[in-house]
Write a protein that binds this ligand. Structure first.
Ligand code: SF4
Length: 325
């Protein structure tokens, strides 16, 4: 015990007694959510909202501290939640956010997250490793392109897409509020030339570029630029999808058809929901609706982790069916 030894002044023959010091006052503000108490509440199966209310703090603070302490919640049914946003997800785990029909983004041809559109001069690189994307993967594991590292390009959805796109409203980008969308235009086109030249010298045996995680080919000149890149950089291999399928009315679509037919071996861009038998995709609501000539995307049903471990989209010209997200 710490304290002060005081003599008994009324009876000096008595042994002096120890008078304890009062507990020292805490300096600074008291910690709002001490780790031990958070752990206790978590183990008592309290929700973040209940803990926040009990400790008078925000739910975000609870979630943040819980993550720091490694206290993960289990999803219903005892399944562990995916460890990060980069973890593989199947179609049954994805849900899409559909904005109301009068959302301004739909009539103004733009993303619903305009703050994520980034000018090229604010980006170190516009081509980003596929390792950052749970469905794409960082390096191709099979097929003719095995061993190629994968890079992705993400543009702004709707701003670069045809308004005939079947997913104009239910765009996959509605769920991607973290994704940086590279601003399309001259600066992007100049930068692509530089970055592809660097990748060509870094990976002379081959590398792949996934066009476009979001967005689409936005001009004939931009399609022609990719045609020139294919000629200039022999290591470059491209795969992806386009909603530009109306070759009779859309000159961008007809430029793409010409390029795909001429260079499918290195420019495997599929036409989404196009009424053609090859190099296309079809959207279905249920696996039993997959047409006989199509293959259901194996990643969506958990048969493979990512495009990098699948390779079907560029190995085969057969139609690929996707479950509607
Ligand atoms: S079929 Fe394979 S390569 Fe094509 S999108 Fe699905 S996982 Fe990717």
């Amino acid at each position: 015990m710490t304290g002060r030894i005081l003599p008994n002044l009324l009876n000096p023959l008595d042994r002096p007694s120890v008078v304890p010091f009062p507990a020292p006052a805490r300096r600074g503000p008291r910690e709002k959510l001490p780790a031990a108490e958070l752990r206790q509440a978590f183990e008592a199966d309290k929700s973040d909202a209940e803990i926040a209310e009990e400790f008078g703090c925000s739910r975000q603070l609870v979630a943040m501290k819980r993550a720091k302490l490694g206290l993960r919640r289990r999803a219903k049914g005892g399944e562990k939640r995916p460890p990060s946003r980069f973890a593989p997800k199947t179609a049954t785990e994805r849900s899409v956010r559909i904005p109301p029909v009068d959302h301004p983004a739909l009539s103004e041809d733009r993303t619903i997250y305009p703050a994520t559109v980034t000018p090229v001069d604010r980006l170190l690189n516009v081509l980003v490793s596929g390792v950052n994307h749970w469905k794409i993967g960082g390096a191709i594991a099979k097929g003719a392109w095995a061993g190629f590292p994968v890079y992705t390009l993400t543009l702004e959805e709707r701003a670069t897409c045809p308004d005939s796109c079947r997913h104009w409203r239910s765009c996959y980008g509605n769920n991607m509020h973290h994704a940086k969308r590279v601003q399309a235009g001259r600066a992007l086109e100049d930068r692509l030339g530089h970055e592809l030249a660097v990748l060509q010298s870094r990976h002379p045996a081959g590398f792949a570029v996934r066009l476009h995680v979001l967005g689409d080919f936005y001009s004939v000149a931009y399609v022609d630029l990719w045609a020139a890149f294919i000629d200039r950089f022999p290591a470059l291999h491209v795969f992806g999808f386009t909603a530009r399928i109306d070759g009779r009315r859309d000159p961008i679509a007809s430029a793409l058809v010409r390029l795909v037919l001429a260079r499918w071996d290195r420019f495997a861009i599929r036409f989404s929901n196009a009424p053609v038998d090859e190099c296309a995709t079809v959207t279905v609501e249920h696996p039993r609706q997959v047409p006989a000539d199509a293959v259901l995307c194996p990643q969506q049903v958990g048969k493979t982790d990512s495009c990098s471990t699948c390779a079907l989209c560029w190995q085969s010209r057969r139609r690929i069916a996707f479950l509607q997200h």
